[in-house]
Design a protein around this ligand. Sequence first.
Ligand code: THG
Length: 261
Amino acid sequence: MYVIGERINGMFEDVKKAIIEKDPEVIKDLATRQMAAGATALDVNVGPAAGDAKGAMLWLVEAIREVSDAPVVIDTAKWDVMSEVIPQVPGKKILNSSKADFEIASQYVGLAAENGAGLIGLTIDADGVPGNVEKRVELGAQLITIAMEGGIEMDDLFIDPIILPVNVAPKNPGHCMEAIAQLKGFANPAPHLVLGLSNVSQRCSNRNLINRTYLAMCISAGLDSAIMDPLDTELMDTAITAELLQEQMIYCDSYLQAARH
Ligand code: THG
């Protein structure tokens, strides 16, 4: 499982405070703990409040790089932030994210290719989040084609069918699973399939239970990556166990520990 740690996000109070107070220790600690818990890469999002989004993003990356060489997943919806920050990020990086419209996706694929970076592409276009499976699959296929044309390896491409909170969009979790299953079969080798897992339970009760149940269901559909909280031990254990039961590893009594490296 390609686990992208979600915790370095200005949406969380501790990170927001660290950005404002320029306290790198909080960020270094979150990076270290997420990696120790089994994360493969680290999402970096300045959150809605940051005034100087470019400066804040580079400051977060700099703090992470003091303790980790892991791929950093630059999470911003703003093209000016993405295009200015990406060339300045040392080490492995992934753009998060592009929409699927032809012109927009071509621009992001170009930026990723020029910088040897990976790319997360959302199955969303100018019309918004699709209300059905077919449109999601169509937009996912379009992202795969544009990335292939632009020279992005499938191992560097992550397709995100976009999960919404289950309390407001009850059909969405099922649609995402079906889109994952179909898109997994579209290219050989296939791109990664990713979700921002915690979205599914926002403003719901039993959040952790919803997150880990849905993660197991999506892994069974073909999901191989998630932006999620690796510090949630039960969530990590669920991901590892779902992969065991799909024969992605051989059972041994200490498989939970073995899978964490
Ligand atoms: N797809 C892609 N990128 C994404 C998302 C996605 N990046 C952002 C987000 N969605 C994934 N990351 C998070 C991080 C935190 C939460 C949800 C998704 C979250 N935060 C608490 C909340 O809103 O209740 C914050 C409050 C707190 O605990 O302090 O749930 O879908 N490509």
